[in-house]
Write a protein that binds this ligand. Structure first.
Ligand code: MTE
Length: 391
């Protein structure tokens, strides 16, 4: 924010009122104020060996509402960002179909469209917290999520065009990036709410999110939302690709592995206050955060100020949509005492977000994926905040 210049404060006339400003189209593509320059994606350098197979995190503590701006959504690439000329890109649909298709972006845009707001959460979101509190900030503990409005064609419509054979049971979408990301998707999901999207928040997808087209699987783990989508093969059984055998599976205490864990369970996080957004004032305080569920809409969010002993209902505000981020608020008076802040989401199926201890009891300690345990922020008397766990 910088130190305020007295010459620009009342009763003086500020500099910017004394001359004309820049004219229209001086910024043909608008950008945030230069005073918001710290609102950016961030990465954690030691997490990955390279920048190309890595992750950046959404600055959740600096955002409002439920929609992630197009320049701020986290990125997860396994082989870097593919910069694709749409003129040289095709979507091929083949395998167990009557009529294989080879579609240009223009072809895809000739099908009836849908608009859908959906969150995308990486199955590894909060994965670094599985063994204990580690990263200081909700950007890092929970920032592998974004929520935008997608525009595209229902995958069902494209599959109808190709004509599914009777034994068509699974799909294998493949990306055109260096990782050639592939995942097995059951046909039921494809025929339910899957979309081949080419726009996000009203404009073309950004390259980092899969331009010119990506798969959208509302409520399901982000890994399956293949970016730079170039091919969908239709088959009769799953392919058991690397991403569903060695990765995106979890070893349970009994030695069995959890596999094909597609839907993201209900989860929430207090974004403000949080370690990157400490408390500056005693007295009236606006606490805010986000809740989501891959199984439908959020029914309610509870807040605890004392590490889960007492719970009170948060206030949901803004659209409450199926499989989308939902914004919550809780207003209270802070007297300067230490606090242990927690939020707990409940979704429309009645599922209640578990404590981390409860989660570990079922899943053991050998995990990374699907950590939807309750997060605790420890507020110190000076307003600083730490990532902690309570027993
Ligand atoms: N698709 C391709 N082609 N290549 C990739 O590396 N990463 C996957 C998925 N789709 C990936 C991909 C993973 S692990 C996630 S979590 C999401 O894309 C991330 O989407 P985003 O970068 O738009 O946030």
């Amino acid at each position: 924010a910088g130190t305020p210049e007295a010459k620009n404060l009342p009763p003086n006339v500020p500099e910017w009122s004394q001359a004309l400003g820049d004219g229209v189209v001086s910024r043909p593509y608008g950008r945030p104020s230069k005073f918001e320059a710290d609102v950016v994606r961030r990465d954690v350098e030691w997490l990955t060996a390279s920048r190309q197979s890595s992750v950046s995190f959404t600055p959740l503590h600096q955002l409002e509402g439920i929609i992630t701006p197009n320049g701020l959504g986290f990125e997860r690439h396994h082989g870097g960002i593919a910069e694709i000329d749409p003129a040289e890109h095709r979507l091929m649909i083949h395998g167990l179909v009557e009529k294989p298709l080879m579609l240009t972006l223009e072809d895809v845009k000739r099908f009836p469209r849908v608009n859908r707001i959906a969150f995308l959460e990486c199955a590894a979101n909060s994965g670094m917290e599985w063994k204990g509190a580690q990263l200081n900030g909700c950007q890092f503990t929970h920032g592998m999520i974004h929520c935008v409005m997608y525009t595209g064609v229902p995958l069902k419509r494209l599959l109808e065009e190709a004509g599914l054979k009777a034994n068509a049971k699974w799909l294998l979408p493949e990306g055109a990036d260096a990782s050639a990301m592939t995942r097995s998707v059951p046909i039921e999901k494809a025929l339910d709410d899957a979309i081949v999207a080419y726009a996000m928040n009203g404009e073309a997808l950004y390259p980092e999110h899969g331009y010119p087209m990506r798969l959208v699987l509302p409520g399901w783990q982000g890994n399956m939302w293949v970016k730079w989508l170039r091919r969908i093969k239709v088959g009769d059984e799953p392919w058991h690709t690397r991403e569903e055998t060695s990765k995106y599976t979890a070893l349970l205490p009994d030695g069995q592995a959890r596999r094909f864990t597609w839907a993201m369970d209900a989860k929430s996080v207090i974004t403000n206050p949080s370690p990157q957004a400490p408390m500056h004032h005693k007295g009236f305080t606006v606490l805010s955060g986000l809740a989501w569920s891959g199984r439908g809409a959020i029914k309610g969010v509870d807040i605890s100020l004392d590490g889960g002993r007492n719970w009170r209902a948060a206030r949901l505000d803004g659209p409450i949509l199926d499989k989308a981020l939902t914004r919550f608020y809780y207003e209270f008076d802070w007297n300067g005492d230490p606090l242990l802040l927690q939020s707990r989401a409940i979704d429309q199926t009645g599922y209640v977000q578990p404590t981390k201890a409860a989660l570990r009891q079922h899943r053991g300690l050998n995990s990374i994926y699907h950590n939807n345990g309750i997060q605790t922020w420890h507020v110190l008397p000076n307003g600083e905040i730490e990532n902690v766990e309570v027993a």
